[in-house]
Every structure is written in structure tokens, then in C-alpha cells.
Design a binder for this molecule. Structure first.
Ligand SMILES: Nc1ncnc2c1ncn2[C@@H]1O[C@H](COP(=O)(O)OP(=O)(O)OP(=O)(O)O)[C@@H](O)[C@H]1O
Ligand SMILES: [Mg+2]
Length: 251
């Protein structure tokens, strides 16, 4: 049996701002695996490269070095568009396509050649607390929190095997956030979709995840069951980070 997603020794650097500037190393030796139906929280201070790592896993960005595999097949052997049918990414800042909400929900199905399931779209809108939303509305007119949920539903409709979630509840109020958390937990149980969830909300991390990946010091420093990461982090950086949210910051 292969892992659903596996990566070994990923390295990523970015060019400096000026011409001829040295490249800046963002992270190195980043290794971990995602199993089917996993629920993983990806934590770490701002700027550690959480979004960049998710984008590399979704083949929206390229790594400098390392090995990335989907069901045991190297990324080098799979077209990124095919890869992204199995590995979905929901961005930190939702981007709406032109047209109505329904156009947005349909477009991705069309691009991937899969049928549009209007009933499921309706049920998901309901579950995400968007029961009042008129799908004939222009997507560009939605609020930030509405856009985030529509873009999440757009990704769920493709039924990826792994879904990479980048701070998707950042612009939601408490009830919106709880709706999304519950809907995704149910979806994970029913569909077996693996979730990798970036969040700065440590209470949310504890609620939604089974494992925690913690990025610090230019690498993936800890990979542990969520309960043991919060109870007893292995590193000084992990201890400092885990205790900073004990009061349930942001709730
Ligand atoms: N295309 C790019 N070119 C140059 N630098 C970049 C690029 N993309 C990201 N970076 C830099 O890489 C670093 C990590 O960015 P990233 O967005 O992955 O961090 P993050 O952990 O998701 O942070 P946050 O928690 O604030 O979202 C940042 O310093 C960012 O400026
Ligand atoms: Mg980010």
C-alpha cells in the first residue's frame, strides 16, 4: 500500500528582490506523508512557508529539490492538471471566476469533464451556512467569507482524494467557522477525503485534526498526533508555539 501523498526532502527558495541577489532559502528537508482520510493541521508562524508547501503539493508551485509522490507515482510522471483532480487546493484568498455563483460552481466541473451535481452543491451551500445565498448572484459581489465558502464547495464538488485548505475560515465569524468545520469533518468521514488544513487558530487545529505538522526553523520540525503535539511538543520551538494558543486565541 502506498501513501496517498508522500514527499521527501523538499527544498524551496525564492529569488531575492534585486537582480543578482542571492536566493533566499525558505525551507529544506521537508518530509511527511498523507494517508487516505487523514486529517492534518499544518501549523507554524507567519512566513514559514505553509502556503508555499501546500501550493507545491498541489503542483501550483515548483520545488527546487526533493521527491513528491501521489499513490506511489512521482510528480515527474503526472501532468499537473491530472494531478490537481486528485489534490485540490483552496486558497487563503478566494479567487472567483467571472459570472454568477452557479457559474463558479459549474466551471470547474466543466474544466475537469465531470458532471455538475446541483443537488450536492445545494446541500453543501446549506451546510456551510449559505442557505440564503442566491446562486444567480454575481460572484464578484459576494463578501470575503461567502467567497471562501463558495470556493471550498467548488473544490469539494470535484471530489479530490486530498484537499489542501489554506486558512479557509479566516474571514468567517464563529458560527460560519463552526459550520465549515462540521461540514468538512462529515465530508472527511463520508468520502474519505484527506484534509491538510493550515490554520493560525490552535483551537481549530485541535478540533479538526488527527495529526499536526509544525513548520519552524526552515523545515517541518514536528510531525505528531495532534494530541501529543499540544500535550508534549518535542522541540523548544514547538513548546513555545503550542503554549501561545492555550487560551484559544481568536475564539
Ligand atoms: N513567489 C514568491 N516570490 C518570492 N517570495 C515568496 C514568493 N511566495 C512566497 N514568498 C515568500 O516566502 C515566505 C513564505 O511564504 P508563505 O506564504 O508560504 O508563508 P506562510 O507560512 O503561509 O505565512 P502566513 O501564515 O502568513 O500565510 C514569505 O516570506 C514570502 O514572502
Ligand atoms: Mg499562508
Amino acid at each position: 500500500m502506498h501513501n496517498l501523498l508522500e514527499f521527501r526532502n523538499l527544498r524551496k527558495s525564492f529569488a531575492g528582490p534585486g537582480e543578482g541577489d542571492e536566493k533566499r532559502l525558505l525551507f529544506d528537508r521537508v518530509s511527511a506523508a498523507v494517508e487516505p482520510a487523514d486529517r492534518i493541521a499544518l501549523l507554524g508562524a507567519s512566513g514559514q512557508g505553509k502556503s508555499t508547501l501546500l501550493r507545491i503539493l498541489a503542483r501550483l508551485d515548483v520545488m527546487d529539490a526533493g521527491e513528491l509522490l501521489l499513490n506511489g507515482t512521482s510528480a515527474r510522471a503526472v501532468d499537473p492538471r491530472i494531478w490537481r483532480k486528485d489534490v485540490g487546493y483552496v486558497a487563503q484568498h478566494a479567487v472567483m471566476l467571472p459570472g454568477t455563483v452557479e457559474d463558479n460552481l459549474r466551471t470547474v466541473s466543466m474544466l475537469h469533464g465531470t458532471p455538475y451535481d446541483r443537488g450536492l452543491a445545494g446541500r453543501l451551500l446549506d451546510r456551510m451556512g449559505l442557505v440564503e445565498l442566491d446562486v444567480r448572484k454575481q460572484a464578484s459581489d459576494l463578501s470575503g467569507g461567502e467567497k471562501q465558502r463558495v470556493s471550498l464547495i467548488r473544490s469539494l464538488l470535484l471530489r479530490p482524494k486530498a484537499l489542501l485548505l489554506d486558512e479557509i475560515t479566516a474571514s468567517l465569524d464563529r458560527s460560519g467557522r463552526e459550520n465549515v468545520e462540521r461540514a468538512l469533518q462529515d465530508w472527511n468521514r463520508r468520502e474519505g477525503t484527506a484534509l491538510v488544513w493550515v490554520t493560525h487558530d490552535l483551537e481549530q487545529a485541535r478540533t479538526v485534526s488527527r495529526r499536526t505538522w509544525f513548520m519552524a526553523g526552515g523545515t517541518l520540525l514536528e510531525d505528531a498526533p495532534t494530541e501529543s503535539f499540544f500535550r508534549e511538543p518535542r522541540t523548544a520551538e514547538g513548546r513555545m508555539f503550542a503554549s501561545s494558543g492555550k487560551t484559544g486565541e481568536g475564539r
